[in-house]
Design a protein around this ligand. Structure first.
Ligand code: PLP
Length: 383
């Protein structure tokens, strides 16, 4: 059987077996609805409670500030829309988001624009980072909410969230950060960040898909999006997905316990990959890779169309992406790369490699060899 190599961990990660073990009892034996007032319900609620405790402790929050959602997309939508609607009551109708946010944020921002809010999209420099003066220029006394992701999903570049927080709070705006990509690789401390809201998602750190967190600081008022039962302190209706929540907490605890080990390994993998392909000319790293996640490498190969490259690599058993998974089926050039000043053509020459803790050295060597071969072959066709 052909060996398959997975270099698309920014899109999703496989479930860690230790996480699965913790989840399993909550599918069949302890299947109760956490809101049911009987023994099955109590067992389920106790598991949800422990998961909430664990997450709260790990992100330095209070337990009642942790809300479980269906993942990063819902958390982002909730933070943007719920935060903006609440602030509109104070007469504030201006939103600031970076131009390189995930589509979950951008689509919510577009919706707010249609509903009468004004939205300022923060530009980034050529390294893919928002600069302080861009924040200073954008934020006004009418700003209701500032949203800046902690790390970008296409380039891995870390963003100045401390600056964004300070400037947002100086005008009484809410500060929200999407930490979906950062959370697997760095501790998140909501007190230090002083965020009003923060989002992350389990499937990016070897947890289950379809479950995430929105941290909402006590005292911060946001409107609910999902109405229904009184779950999640009346702010997010719907029967809690108990196995998923249990898995989320376990996966996050493991990610934290193993952060240093995982990151050191990923750095070695990334360096090895770069060394192995260094014989190729016309290769550029997109984004400031010195200030980026240890897992992500966004590369541009002159003269190579990413659609052809991805297809050829997939045929050889190497799975990777042009950018975010949600946009990977489309041929539109990446909004992140074009915001960094790349031309549409350069964006279409770019590919994201995102390595994971289970990638072996042998996989890196094989992946690099196939990358070299494929780039040379495609350039040969183009001549
Ligand atoms: C930065 C960022 N935000 C939000 C999301 C959406 O998260 P989910 O897949 O859990 O809906 C992703 C997923 O790719 C992401 O990378």
């Amino acid at each position: 059987m052909k060996q398959t190599i997975y270099f698309d961990h920014a899109a999703t990660t496989p479930l860690d077996r230790r996480v699965l073990e913790k989840m399993l009892p909550y599918f069949m034996e302890n299947f109760g609805n956490a809101d049911s007032p009987h023994a099955f319900g109590r067992k389920a609620m106790s598991a949800v409670d422990s998961a909430r405790d664990k997450i709260a402790e790990l992100i330095n929050a209070r337990k009642n500030e942790v809300y479980f959602t269906s993942g990063g997309t819902e958390s982002d939508n909730w933070a943007l829309l719920g935060g903006a609607y609440a602030k509109r009551r104070e007469g504030k109708t201006h939103i600031v988001v970076s131009a390189i946010e995930h589509h979950a944020v951008l689509s919510a921002a577009e919706r707010l624009e249609k509903e009468g809010f004004t939205v300022t999209y923060l530009p980034v420099n050529e390294g893919g980072r928002v600069e302080t003066n861009a924040l200073e220029n954008a934020i006004t006394p009418n700003t209701a909410l500032v949203c800046l992701m902690a790390a970008n999903n296409e380039t891995g570049v870390l963003q100045p969230v401390g600056e964004a927080e300070r400037l947002a709070h100086a005008v009484g705006a809410l500060f929200f950060t999407d930490a979906v990509q950062l959370a697997p690789y760095a501790p998140v401390d909501v007190k230090k960040l002083n965020a009003d809201m923060l989002a992350f998602s389990a499937h990016k750190f070897y947890g289950p898909k379809g479950v995430g967190v929105l941290y909402i600081k006590n005292g911060v008022k946001i409107e609910k999006l999902v109405g229904g039962g009184e779950q999640e302190r009346g702010l997010r209706g719907g029967t809690v997905n108990v196995p998923a929540v249990v898995g989320l907490a376990e996966a996050y605890a493991l990610a934290r316990a193993e952060t240093e080990e995982t990151n050191a390994k990923l750095r070695r993998r990334k360096e090895l990959f770069l060394k192995e392909i260094s014989a190729l000319d016309g290769v550029h790293i997109n984004g400031d890779s010195e200030n980026a996640l240890p897992s992500v490498l966004n590369l541009r190969f002159d003269g190579v169309e990413n659609t052809a490259f991805l297809y050829a690599m997939d045929l050889k058993g190497v799975c990777l992406a042009a950018g975010s998974a949600c946009a990977s089926a489309s041929v539109k050039p990446s909004h992140v790369l074009t915001a960094m000043g790349l031309t549409e053509q350069q964006a279409k020459n770019s590919v994201r490699f995102s390595f994971g803790k289970n990638n072996t050295e042998a996989e890196i060597l094989r992946g690099a060899e196939l990358t070299k071969e494929t780039v040379e072959r495609l350039r040969g066709f183009a001549r």
